[in-house]
Design a protein around this ligand. Structure first.
Ligand SMILES: Nc1ncnc2c1ncn2[C@@H]1O[C@H](COP(=O)(O)OP(=O)(O)O)[C@@H](O)[C@H]1O
Ligand SMILES: O=C(O)C1=C[C@@H](OP(=O)(O)O)[C@@H](O)[C@H](O)C1
Ligand SMILES: [Mg+2]
Length: 175
């Protein structure tokens, strides 16, 4: 059975790398945010706006339990998933959990690239976003570092290298 869960800060590449890895392994891919959006028929932003972050975390916790029970999957989480409830311990008990580790600078760059709305960053100036990333990453690092595996993605920062990321991931998972 292949059950791999990718964690890491917003912009680390969980969704992008997860999708490519699943394709490479020939197993279904689940992005936890997309799964929540489909099940709730609401975007993540709508859930934050209508129900607040606390309720989002409760929904996220419940949906994590749904997707983490599928066999032969790659799952990418949201950046906050490991940091609430006992989610990180649960993930470690269910799957091979990989922390995609990136520096604040690379995270900031990636966050400029996608068009995805991230409610936690809305309404902040570029400088405020940079400071927020540094401060929140420090608070979250203790959770992320509990992952079974860590892969530094700072040096793999362009699309031609997504394949290299996948190869490195496969290597550490085979260990
Ligand atoms: N290794 C990488 N190389 C190049 N671009 C990347 C890489 N990882 C992520 N990106 C880009 O950064 C943006 C955010 O990535 P995403 O997969 O949405 O991150 P996450 O799901 O961790 O928040 C996307 O536009 C993606 O194309
Ligand atoms: O870091 C966070 O708390 C969040 C990260 C997002 O996912 P990505 O990490 O895929 O952006 C999404 O779950 C939500 O906006 C909250
Ligand atoms: Mg994502």
């Amino acid at each position: 059975m292949t059950r791999i869960i990718l964690i890491g800060y917003m912009g680390a590449g969980k969704t992008t790398i997860g999708k490519a890895l699943a394709q490479e392994l020939g197993v279904p891919f689940y992005d936890l945010d997309w799964y929540i959006e489909t099940r709730m028929r609401r975007t993540i932003k709508q859930i934050f706006d209508e129900k607040g972050e606390e309720e989002f975390r409760r929904i996220e916790h419940n949906m994590l339990h749904e997707v983490a029970e599928f066999e032969n999957v790659v799952v990418s989480c949201g950046g906050g998933t490991p940091c609430f409830y006992d989610n990180i311990d649960y993930m470690n008990s269910q799957a091979q959990v990989v922390y995609l580790k990136a520096s604040p600078e690379v995270l900031y760059e990636h966050l400029q690239m996608g068009r995805r709305v991230r409610p936690l960053l809305l309404g902040k100036s570029p400088d405020e976003v940079r400071t927020f990333i540094v401060e929140q990453l420090a608070l979250r690092e203790p959770f992320y570092s509990k992952a079974n595996y860590t892969l530094n993605v700072d040096l793999l920062d362009n699309f031609t290298k997504i394949q290299t990321t996948i190869e490195n991931l496969r290597k550490i998972l085979e260990r």
